[in-house]
Each structure stands twice: as C-alpha cells, then as structure tokens.
Write a protein that binds this ligand. Structure first.
Ligand code: NAG
Ligand code: NAG
Ligand code: NAG
Length: 371
C-alpha cells in the first residue's frame, strides 16, 4: 500500500519537475515583471479535459486508451489527443506545472496549489448537453466543484486565501458540444433560431463567469469554439466537395462573435477583471486554408482509426489499440473531432504570444499574466 502511494506521488511529481526545471529563470523574470501567475483553474469540454472522465462511471466520452497519449510523456491519460492538449502547452508557456484533474482521487491538498482542471469531455454550457454520452460534468457543476469542494479544502488545509485568486488564470473552453450534441440534434430546438439559442448560451456563460468573479476570480481566458464543421466526424456523414459543413461553422462563428463581445461587456460588469478571447477558430481555419506553410498536409482525415457509427462508435473516438497515422505532426485532426498536439502547439503559442487582435483579443495571455 505504502509503495503504491509513493509511486503515485512520484508519478505526480514528475510533470511538476519537468515544468519547473526549464523555467529556472522563471523566478527572476517574473520578479522583474512584478507579477506571478501561480496557477490555472480550467473548465470546459474534451478540448481541455485532462482525465476527469476517466473517473466517471457510465461515461462513454473517455480517452484513457492508446493511441490517445501515444506522444504524451505518461501515455494515455484521458486527454483527447496524441500528446499535450492546449492547457498543458499554455502551462509550459507560463512555466507552470501540469494541472491535476479534479476527479482523480489523488488530487488533494497541496497538489492543488497550482490549480485544478474540472473539464469534462462531451459537456457543455447547458446542463443537458452531453447527456447522450452518459455521465458528464456540466459547466455549472464544474464551477460548483471549484466553489464547494476545492476552495474550502484549499482554505482549510493549506491556508489558501480568496485574495490569492487574482494570481490564477481561469480558463474556459466550452460551447462546441452545445451545438453539435444539443442544438443541431434536438427536436425541441427546431423552432429556436441560431441567434436566439446563441444569445441564450452566451448569457448563461456570462452568468457563470460572474459567479467566479464574485468568488474573487479576476483573470479569465475564453477559448473559442473550433471550426466544428471541418471535423472528420461531420464530414464522414455528409461528404462535401472540398470544404466544411457551413451550418456548423456558422454556429461556431456566431458563438465566437458573442464570446468576443462578452469580453468587452464583462470588463464593465466585473470591475477589476481582465479577460482574453483566444480565437482558436481562426487559427485552425488558417491552418486548413493554408496547411503547407504551417507544416501540415492532411487537414481532413483523422490520424487514428475512428470507431464509426456502423461499428457501434460515434465517429469521434479512436478505436482502442487502433493504428494511429505515422506522422502525427502533419495531421490537423487526431480523431474525429479533436486536433493533434501539433495544432495545439500553434494555438497555445499564439494564445500566449500573438500580437494580432484577430487571434487574441484584446491582449494575449502573456500580457494578461503580467497585469
Ligand atoms: C414549430 O412550429 C410549428 C409552427 O408554429 C409547430 O407546428 C411545431 O409543432 C413546432 N415544433 C416544435 C418542435 O416546437
Ligand atoms: C433560454 O433560457 C431559458 C432559461 O434556461 C429557457 O427557459 C428558454 O427556453 C431558453 N430559450 C431558448 C430560445 O432557448
Ligand atoms: C509581440 O510584441 C512583443 C513586444 O513588441 C514582442 O516581444 C513579441 O515577440 C511579439 N510577438 C510576436 C508573436 O510577434
């Protein structure tokens, strides 16, 4: 028993060391800049889930098997990609250790000092999004988990204080599933216009951000919904001549426009807060439009063997132990929906560094971290 716990501890320390050593210049640099980001709390869907669904009973949205994680230092972890996801890579940019998953029983006490990840694959902003994948954790529940579980524990066990929250980033990456698995699938939405649905969705998200703000959170990063109409999943069912399914991309585009407005609106509603909108939609769309100059070749097929509807799958997840493509760096999509690590690298690097307001608005994550 003791050795089991020890080896678990050991495994957990590894990513932390890996992240801290290359950043030995970190303390100096941040002192000079007068700001230190202590960690990251993460909310959202499979694009940012790092293993929470592994521990859920009755969830089919799991990525805890090969070839997921084939390029990740610790193998399959529940991340829905071949290597690191965009959150891991943002942590690298910020010289932070990897963030532990909330539902992992070993995530407790001082392990949470650099933040916690609550994200759950197949979940959405609406409570009923993702029900078709079995058990998922909705955004509302994720925020309650932060407020009612993690925060009191941090306060009680390691003397964490509300005043420290402005030193943490609150990253939210969600919304795509509310369209793919809710709006476009449900008969009950048949008479609801995209505009009305989207306005309703962003209003709910706004309320969820305000809840975090009232708890003391001040720095927010909002990830766009990706071009879901270009994913192998939807193109497999409805072959298009060369492009993507416009209806789904239009929905994502509209949501992102609302999200960008929410950044301006929230800054007024939440005095002292700062928000960054990361337009991963544009970044991925740019890669698909002009792959070669960015090192990509395959913009439309999944890198892994996907389990199709005929095979009892959903057209999204890889087959267990199926063959992945050889050169993962030239593929945009790893499975039927999720980007490869190579794409995540581009998103995280631009999120952190870009000076284009079409990519990061109104400032980049580096600038946010120094405020
Ligand atoms: C949509 O509206 C039409 C016409 O008003 C109505 O007949 C139909 O029952 C509505 N469908 C749903 C799902 O609400
Ligand atoms: C908007 O949200 C409210 C509150 O959840 C709900 O009652 C209403 O039906 C929603 N409207 C649309 C058009 O989705
Ligand atoms: C953005 O501007 C800053 C300051 O001028 C510069 O250091 C940085 O390299 C720029 N980022 C990119 C991606 O060009």
């Amino acid at each position: 028993m003791a050795t089991q716990i020890e080896s678990r501890l050991f495994l957990l320390t590894l990513p932390i060391l890996a992240c801290v050593f290359p950043g030995s210049g970190y303390a100096r640099e941040t002192e000079k800049n007068g700001a230190i980001i202590k960690g990251m709390f993460v909310f959202g869907s499979s694009l940012v889930d790092n293993g929470n669904n592994n521990f859920l009973k009755n969830s089919i949205a799991k990525a805890d098997f090969l070839p997921y994680g084939i390029d990740f230092p610790y193998g399959p972890s529940g991340r829905f990609t071949n290597g690191k996801n965009v959150i891991d890579l943002l942590c690298d940019q910020l010289k932070l250790p990897l963030v532990p998953a909330f539902t992992d029983p070993s995530t407790k006490g001082s392990k949470m000092i650099h933040g916690v990840n609550y994200a759950s694959g197949a979940s959405g902003i609406l409570d009923d999004t993702g029900l078709l994948a079995g058990n998922v954790i909705s955004l509302n529940q994720q925020i309650r988990n932060f407020e009612e579980v993690t925060f009191p524990v941090l306060e009680a066990q390691i003397g964490f204080k509300r005043e420290l929250l402005p030193k943490y980033l609150f990253v939210v990456g969600t919304g795509g599933n509310d369209y793919s698995f809710n709006y476009f699938l449900r008969q009950s939405n048949a008479n609801v216009s995209l505009e009305v649905f989207t306005a309703n969705l962003t209003e709910k998200l706004s309320g969820q951000l305000q809840k975090l703000y009232r708890l003391g959170c001040r720095k927010f990063v909002l990830m766009a919904v990706n071009p879901i109409g270009c994913s192998p999943m939807v193109k497999a069912n409805r072959p298009t001549r060369n492009g993507c399914i416009q209806g789904l991309n239009k929905a994502a585009h509209l949501f992102n426009a609302h999200l960008k407005s929410l950044v301006d609106f929230s800054k007024q509603q939440m005095p002292g807060s700062n928000l960054v909108f990361v337009n991963s939609y544009k970044m991925i769309r740019d890669i698909i439009k002009n792959p070669v100059s960015r090192g990509f070749k395959d913009t439309s097929s999944a890198c892994c063997e996907v389990r199709s509807l005929n095979e009892g799958g959903n057209g999204i997840l890889c087959k267990k132990e199926g063959q992945p493509c050889e050169d993962r760096n030239i593929h945009v999509f790893f499975d039927g929906l999720h980007p490869t690590e190579a794409v995540n690298v581009q998103i995280a690097t631009k999120a952190y560094n870009s000076n284009l307001t079409s990519e990061v608005y109104p400032i980049n994550v580096k600038q946010l971290s120094l405020l």
